[in-house]
Design a protein around this ligand. Structure first.
Ligand code: FPP
Length: 264
């Protein structure tokens, strides 16, 4: 008899029939937690708590639908300007999320990582992040990336700083540097660019998210507040994406595909 763990394929997924061209990399700006709470006369933190539930739901759905890369904007560099109470609550929710989800990520073969300025994160959050990054490192079914204390401009700037240091040390020649070479200095160096970027809550902004990486990303905006974002809303975004014609700057017609498209 085959032992049970050998019968279970940890990478198995159940993509629905309608999902014919899933984005390889889906990125989401999770917005509207505060307004969700305000509408219900609840404190903002209640919106974030509900937002954390939406994160759990979305990761589970994406994993089961075979989305290979999922990147979530969980806390921006600018979010440090919020009240101490709100920042602490968000950090607590994050730690709690990692505590609760670690085992499931391992079981579902999900590799977790964080991008952003780790130096500003509380020590306990940082320790937990690093522990979960290490324990999920062999996950092959999905890459879940949380952008934390993240700023697209800062990411590009710190890449430029490291590059300049390498140039001064004679390790790179600026004259022959390509876009691919530059990408290797970014936090997201081993992730393909997002195919689809979703933003919730009816705002039409990028808010300093993945500025380099989204040059050819398809954008989708929905008025739904993040805590309410569910399976049907994700389905609508993916159906919309499937109808897009992606040309990457070239002539002719190319429909959306899961190739992760080279940026041309
Ligand atoms: C934007 O809503 C959302 C955030 C700044 C934080 C996102 C956090 C979560 C989804 C929950 C915790 C995360 C994890 C990974 C467990 P907003 O507060 O700016 O909403 P508003 O624009 O309506 O005020």
């Amino acid at each position: 008899m085959i032992p049970r763990q050998e019968m279970v394929n940890p990478q198995a997924c159940e993509a629905p029939d309608w999902l014919v061209r899933p984005p390889a990399h889906l990125a989401i700006i999770m917005d509207g937690n505060g307004r969700w709470a305000q509408k219900r006369h609840l404190p903002r933190v209640a919106g974030h708590r509900q937002g954390a539930q939406a994160v759990r739901r979305t990761v589970t759905i994406c994993r089961s639908w075979g989305i290979r890369y999922l990147t979530l904007y969980a806390f921006s560099w600018e979010n440090w300007k919020r009240s101490r109470l709100e920042v602490e609550a968000l950090m607590h929710l994050l730690e709690d999320y990692l505590d609760r989800e670690e085992a499931l990520m391992i079981e579902k073969s999900i590799r977790f990582r964080a991008i952003g300025d780790r130096a500003r994160l509380p020590r306990s959050v940082l320790r937990k992040l690093e522990a979960v990054e290490a324990s999920t490192i062999s996950g092959k079914a999905m890459d879940l990336t949380l952008a934390l204390s993240y700023s697209g401009r800062e990411e590009i700037l710190s890449a430029a700083r490291r590059l300049a240091a390498d140039a001064v040390a004679g390790r790179v020649d600026p004259a022959t540097l390509s876009q691919e070479d530059f990408c290797r200095y970014l936090d997201s160096f081993d992730l393909p660019p997002p195919d689809l970027l979703v933003r919730t809550s009816g705002e039409y902004r990028i808010s300093n998210f993945l500025l380099w990486q989204i040059a050819y990303t398809e954008l989708y905006f929905t008025g739904i507040f993040w805590p309410d974002f569910g399976e049907e809303d994700l389905k609508q975004a993916l159906l919309d994406y499937q109808e897009r014609q992606r040309r990457f700057g070239a002539e002719g017609v190319t429909t959306a595909d899961a190739s992760g498209g080279t940026e041309r």
